[in-house]
Design a protein around this ligand. Structure first.
Ligand SMILES: [Zn+2]
Length: 643
């Protein structure tokens, strides 16, 4: 039976979208089940399609006004719409197409689907026009009034090779594209249809679009989807689709979705194919799965007119999306949404985000509220002084074992092909977390391999050299030069505000850079940095320290008050500190009724307490040392004995 003949997809996005609409109107869950009988059933006598197409704006956007349904010579009137003649000619042409479908089999191949057909389009048109007692046009060919981009030149429409002559298109494909007005959207001023590596996903997208059109038409709204909404409406649509597919436990996330954006009207019909790449789709799918659809929509609601900084364009280009960041009264993205964006779209590791959060938390607790506000500004890190202030704390954390070179390189990876220049992104990530420093880090699952490749050997070396060099830059500053077997540091220029240093190893120049005088006015860089930061500490407001029990301590806690008994004070060790001084340290063991913990005692602190003493620790912090928790008193904390 002819009706059982399956209708295969053609590979032409216009035809296939039309077929998708037909399948969707039939209620098919799998488009591969589409058969001719469905087409007959949906089309019926053509009344419904004609009614839709005489109202839907998308119809004229696709087919222009030369189509019989809109031709003035058949009685079409602006404001009133198609006349009975318009409708009759259009409907009987569609009928002619429908009845020609079973006659396929021999003849020239259809340019859209490849099926051979000796179908005569002109004859069908002539019959339809003459049936209304009108004079039929001579040699009617398939033009843009019947098939998108037909006869157009110089376009991306690969579907229509050598498009300079009228295409030969089979009646099935011609009929299918007249369902297109219910299956496409306007995207940044152009009509868009889709193709995808996942047929299921593609079909579900069409079903969603068809459903919206049906709902709209029922309420008398004939506007094209996406008109005046830009990429925003499309992103919303994709999010809603992903949400639904996730709800239905549908695993099929396409690797890519292609958007055919075309214009079929005016003097220059044109088509461009855009790819919505895999990371963008993963981001949308993941965000939808985490219930963040409304968060994203509220971010997009504040988008300006320019499509350049829209979420749609940013995820397409893999760029950072400005609205993620808090600004003024806008709160920006939630840490969860931010993390999903950065890992999917920007390819940052979860480790890098964690490192940024850790830094932000420490820095925000050590600077004044005013300083914090300054650092949170959009352009803050463009200022060298702000970056330096931040780096100083980063350096101190490194020395205290709270921040590693690996973490640094996760956050500030090397810029490819740019020597030891690092990516700027790290500063933006830090800035985001400066707004969320008081919240716990939001961990997210990532599919990506965590952490980048082992970092560049050069940087490891630089790290090593830096640890040594920091002690000797001061010497070079004071004496013009600091020589050693390995590394020479020469002060090449001393100005009022800064000095330029040249680093060489065996006469090979390693680096040359300037260091501000303010930093050099000390025994070494870090000492000076520390002083600058200390001076700012006096203005720290922040929260009050809290009483804790040992069992509740966690790495990263600050402002910890604790009462405990000293169990053990091991023999102090001599250590050479990064400040270039000697120090004694003992890793004491203290306990309360809930547990035990190590606590570092430095220099005179060691003699302040004895084993068996009850002690009071105030304003301490919790770090990890050699795999164990360690309580640290730090320069803001205090230690005293209790009776
Ligand atoms: Zn065809």
């Amino acid at each position: 039976m002819i009706g059982c003949t399956r209708i295969e997809l053609s590979g032409n996005p216009f035809v296939d979208t039309g077929l998708g609409v037909i399948a969707s109107l039939t209620g098919l869950s799998d488009i591969n089940d589409l058969a001719l009988s469905h087409l007959y059933k949906v089309h019926g006598n053509g009344d419904q399609l004609t009614r839709w197409n005489s109202r839907l704006k998308s119809f004229t956007q696709i087919f222009g006004t030369n189509n019989p349904l809109y031709q003035y010579s058949y009685g079409f009137k602006k404001g009133k719409g198609p006349s009975e003649v318009n409708i009759a000619v259009y409907k009987s042409t569609l009928e002619g197409l429908l009845s020609a479908i079973p006659k396929l089999g021999t003849g020239e191949r259809c340019w859209a689907c490849g099926s051979p057909s000796s179908f005569d389009f002109a004859q069908i048109c002539r019959k339809a026009v003459e049936a209304s007692n009108l004079k039929a046009p001579k040699n009617k060919v398939v033009g843009r009034d019947w098939f998108p981009l037909a006869g157009s030149l110089g376009s991306d429409a690969q579907s229509l090779p050598a498009a300079s002559r009228p295409p030969h298109i089979c009646p099935r494909c011609l009929l299918a594209v007249h369902y297109l007005p219910l299956g496409l959207i306007l995207l940044n001023g152009r009509l868009a249809v889709f193709q995808s590596t996942s047929q299921k996903f593609w079909y579900e997208l069409i079903c969603d679009i068809v459903n919206v059109y049906k709902g709209r038409v029922d309420s008398g709204d004939y506007e094209t989807l996406g008109a005046k909404e830009g990429g925003r409406a499309f992103v919303e649509r994709l999010l809603a689709l992903f949400e639904r597919l996730r709800r239905e436990a549908h695993p099929d996330i396409p690797e890519a979705l292609y958007v055919w954006r075309f214009t079929n009207s005016g003097a220059s019909p044109d088509c461009a194919v855009e790819e919505i790449p895999d990371p963008a789709l993963r981001f949308l799918s993941k965000a939808a799965g985490e219930g963040l659809r409304h968060d994203i929509m509220s971010l997009m609601a504040s988008e300006g007119k320019g499509p350049q900084y829209s979420l749609y364009q940013c995820i397409l280009d893999g760029r950072d999306y400005p609205k993620l960041y808090p600004e003024g009264k806008r709160k920006g993205a939630s840490p969860k949404l931010y993390a999903i964006y950065q890992t999917c779209i920007r390819d940052h590791s979860a480790k890098a985000l964690h490192a940024a959060h850790k830094l932000a938390r420490t820095v925000s607790s050590e600077i004044s509220e005013k300083e914090l506000k300054r650092m949170q500004r959009r352009e803050a890190f463009r200022e060298m002084s702000v970056r330096n202030q931040f780096r100083a704390i980063m350096a101190r954390m490194t020395i205290e074992g709270q921040f590693t070179l690996d973490e640094y390189l996760d956050l500030f990876p090397l810029k490819e092909g740019r020597g030891i220049t690092v990516e700027w992104d790290g500063w933006n990530i830090v800035r985001f977390y400066l707004h969320h420093a008081n919240e716990d880090f939001t961990a997210i699952e990532t599919e990506q391999q965590d952490g980048k490749e082992p970092c560049h050997l050069l940087l490891y070396c630089a790290g090593q050299i830096y640890r040594m060099a920091q002690l000797r830059i001061g010497e070079a500053w004071n004496n013009k030069e600091s020589k050693s077997k390995k590394l020479n540091i020469r002060c090449r220029k001393r100005a009022k505000d800064s000095a330029v240093f040249l680093f060489t190893v065996d006469q090979t120049v390693l680096a040359q850079f300037s260091i501000p005088t303010t930093i050099l006015q000390g025994n070494n860089i870090l000492e000076a940095y520390k002083r600058i930061i200390s001076a700012k500490d006096s203005s720290v407001k922040g929260s009050k320290a809290t009483d804790f029990k040992i069992k509740d301590l966690k790495v990263g806690m600050r402002k910890v008050n604790l009462k405990a008994r000293v169990l053990e004070i091991p023999e102090p060790r001599m250590v050479y500190t990064a400040w270039g001084t000697d120090a004694h340290v003992s890793n004491a063991l203290i306990a309360d009724e809930t547990g035990k913990v190590r606590m570092s005692l430095w220099n005179e602190q060691i003699n302040m307490v004895s084993e068996g003493d009850s002690i009071k620790v105030e304003n301490a912090k919790v770090a990890r040392f050699k795999g164990e928790l360690q309580l640290r008193i730090g320069r803001n904390g205090s230690l005293s004995t209790m009776e």
